[in-house]
Design a protein around this ligand. Structure first.
Ligand code: MOS
Length: 731
């Protein structure tokens, strides 16, 4: 059954991507395509007193300028604007809805012209007068006003008293700045008007059905009036989970002009959208001198907008990792005059586990215990918040394999003790943890008598490799060469799928395919056995292999797919299956990793280089060792960015982002990346799902920033609790 699953199969969409045949949302064209350019607000809070579009409208080639006062209707009720992943609390942002300004960079007009350059120029002629209101954008200044919004788990014992009474106490604030999404592909939507009032929307999104439902609801359309496609996505990882405002604007303009319209945001305008919220992570660890934990406390205070409560699971991860009789967690939000944050790779965990793992390192230093030893000493075999065992947890093995590959045993624990020429060398480590989620997904398989199959599902492939794993699973389950499998994804008319996020799509889509393939197998088995004098007449079990229906255990006893279908007078067999995973609250489900990092620091300049990272990951069965490795490498690279580079800098006097471009908002480049070694620790899990798959989009980043921060400490003796660790903090 496993010709492809578990192998390093190359991406089935690889050729399309590298040859440019793969089209992205902003690359689709249409007859008479018009172009929209967004005008954005330059104050963080207030009202539009006057919006003068007359000069812009005079420009030759300008078709219209849409504003809150001049546009087709938009839904009024909050509910109509709630998408599949909208926060429960609050009222989603509506572009061009009214004259209120909620954040700097908010879209306030859309100039539509025959040509993008004309629209862009005319946008500079739109005049705006504001009534400004007092505003606040600084998390640290507003910390005292933050309100508790959730406790991810019940407190256990009395953590505050236990912490105060513990022989060794460590308590500190760790700061993670706001970080903006900077995928290669800009936010883009092409709305194609078909003449009859129907729209085909090419959108940069992680969930075409989410966007479809959202647009139908916002514009009061019937489901058949709008179709949303996103065949390729040039990076997303949270930025495309919620429908973004350019999708509304492109649709709005197409409806207003009865014409196809494309709206692509500029890199600068993307900073008015999704970001990882700045967070102050307050962690307290109380321990005995041998490292046994007595208390864990973790309180996160994060940024959200004034109109929506966005809160993720920053705190509570110690429940999964470290035994402690007492624990207490809370999550607070400071509501500021900014746009709502959004998910960004391992939302919550990337920030919260960073703080926890830096704190664990500080504890290890305080009690003079090796950081790996400390983690093993505190190792929890159960999820303490629910007191549940895990479906599988090979984290011990991750520590062992990672440490060995890294050469951890050769580490001199004393800070500033290792050198390479003029550089200080530091070795640090951290644990990573994420959830192994799975969601209902449907897949349809159409098998034709020539042994080709088309597999379709509305799921997106955000670059993670969904096309490829779907093809692998289908090829194996149908017993066909992978070249005979055609995969169609990311079209709202295809079988049901949620947004691609949370690392749930590999397990979810694979089992949908498996379910549909099983129905095909049964149909083929029925036909093959019914053929007069069938060699399979008495076979108890039949499998699909090598383009045939064969007796299990004796592949030579077989009927070809073509013969079975000819006998049934069928040219195609079509099966669609919605896979719902059985609910099982008896076990916790997580993925884990151990991350080891080496840094070299030139103290004369404060320059930090991450020279080696070893990430040992336990994530159940790996469907594709090549794309999975790429996922983890990408996560490590992003973790390096989080540790050393990424930071959205705001001038709080104006409530305006100052580095809204990738010249000044730093992300790692090739020169920043050296050795990355990915190890998949074997983890057999027959409880989680049939294939034992857990998914691994997010786990790759978790723990990486802490491992690097801990390595910087070991190199320099300086404990930097504020990301990113830029050179000024080391001087
Ligand atoms: Mo992921 S942050 O759910 O795309």
């Amino acid at each position: 059954m496993n010709a492809y699953v578990g192998t390093p199969t190359s991406r089935v969409d690889g050729r399309a991507k590298v040859t440019g045949a793969a089209k992205y949302a902003g690359e689709f064209s249409a007859d008479g395509l018009a172009h929209g350019f967004v005008v954005t607000a330059t104050i963080p809070r207030g009202r539009i007193a006057r919006l003068d579009t007359s000069e812009a409208l005079k420009v030759k080639g300008v078709l219209d300028v849409l504003t809150h006062a001049h546009r087709p209707p938009l839904a009024d009720k909050d509910e109509a604007w709630k998408d599949e992943v909208a926060p429960d609390e609050g009222s989603p942002f509506r572009p061009l809805y009214d004259n209120s300004i909620k954040f700097n960079g908010q879209p306030i007009a859309l100039v539509v012209a025959d040509d993008w350059e004309i629209a862009k120029f005319a946008a500079t002629l739109v005049r705006v007068d504001y009534q400004e209101q007092a505003f606040a954008t600084d998390l640290e200044a507003e910390r005292g006003k933050a309100a508790e919004v959730k406790r991810p788990s019940k407190p256990r014992g009395d953590a505050v008293a236990a912490l105060a009474g513990a022989p060794v106490q460590h308590e500190a604030d760790y700061f993670v700045p706001t970080e903006h999404h900077n995928p290669m592909e800009l936010y883009a939507t092409t709305a194609v008007w078909d003449g009859g009032g129907r729209l085909t929307i090419y959108d940069k999104t992680q969930g075409v059905q989410n966007v479809h439902k959202f647009l139908c609801s916002v514009f009061g359309k019937n489901p058949e009036d709008i179709r949303v496609l996103s065949p390729y996505v040039g990076g997303a990882f949270g930025s495309g989970l919620r429908p973004q405002y350019q999708a509304v604007l492109a649709t709005l303009a197409a409806l207003a002009l009865k014409r196809s319209v494309r709206v692509v945001l500029t890199r600068q305008q993307m900073y008015g959208l999704g970001y990882r919220p700045a967070t102050i992570e307050h962690v307290g660890l109380g321990a005995r001198s041998d490292g046994t934990l007595e208390a864990v406390t973790h309180e996160a205070t994060a940024v959200t907008s004034r109109y929506e409560d966005f809160a993720r699971n920053d705190v509570g991860w110690a429940e999964q990792l470290y035994k402690s009789p007492n624990s207490r967690y809370s999550h607070k939000l400071a509501r500021l005059d900014v746009s709502t944050p959004c998910d960004m790779r391992a939302p919550g965990a990337a920030s919260g586990v960073c703080a926890l793992e830096c704190a664990m390192d500080e504890l290890a230093v305080a009690i003079k215990l090796d950081p790996v030893e400390l983690r093993l000493k505190c190792y929890s075999d159960r999820d303490q918040s629910e007191d549940l065992p895990y479906t599988s947890k090979q984290l011990r093995e991750c520590y062992a394999r990672g440490a060995q590959a890294f050469g951890w045993s050769r580490r001199n624990p004393a800070p500033r003790s290792m050198r390479d020429g003029k550089e200080l060398v530091g070795w640090g480590m951290a644990t990573g943890v994420w959830e192994a989620l799975q969601m209902p997904v449907a897949a349809r398989i159409v098998l034709t008598a020539n042994g080709h199959a088309e597999v379709s599902c509305a799921a997106s492939d955000i670059g993670t490799g969904t096309y490829t794993i779907v093809a692998q699973v289908a090829a194996d389950a149908l017993g066909l060469p992978i070249e005979n499998i055609n995969v169609r994804l990311a079209d709202s008319t295809l079988p049901q799928a949620p947004v691609e996020g949370g690392s749930w799509m590999a397990a979810s889509s694979a089992h949908a395919v498996l379910g549909a393939a099983e129905d095909i197998r049964q149909e083929l088995a029925r036909l093959a056995k019914a053929i007069p004098a069938s060699p399979l007449a008495d076979a108890a079990n039949v499998i699909l292999v090598g383009g045939t229906i064969a007796k299990d255990g004796d592949k030579s006893c077989a009927v070809s797919i073509a013969d079975a279908m000819r006998y049934g007078k069928l040219e195609r067999i079509e099966k669609q299956k919605l896979n719902q995973f059985a609910e099982d609250k008896s076990h916790a489900r997580n993925t884990h990793s151990a991350v080891f990092a080496e840094v070299k620091v030139d103290e004369r300049f404060g320059v930090i280089r991450v020279t080696r990272v070893v990430s040992a990951v336990a994530a159940g069965r790996i469907l594709n060792t090549k794309t999975a490795r790429s996922q983890i490498m990408g996560g490590v690279v992003w973790g390096i960015g989080m540790a050393l580079h990424e930071e959205t800098v705001m001038d709080h006097r104006f409530g305006r982002i100052m580095n809204h471009n990738i010249a000044e908002y730093h992300i790692p480049v090739n020169a920043d990346i050296q050795d990355i070694d990915v190890i998949f620790v074997e983890e057999h899990d027959d409880r989680i799902n049939t294939l034992g798959v857990k998914g691994l989009g997010e786990i790759g980043i978790v723990g990486v920033p802490a491992a690097i921060a801990n390595a910087v400490y070991q190199a320099t003796g300086k404990r930097i609790r504020r990301l990113p660790i830029t050179l000024d903090k080391l001087l």
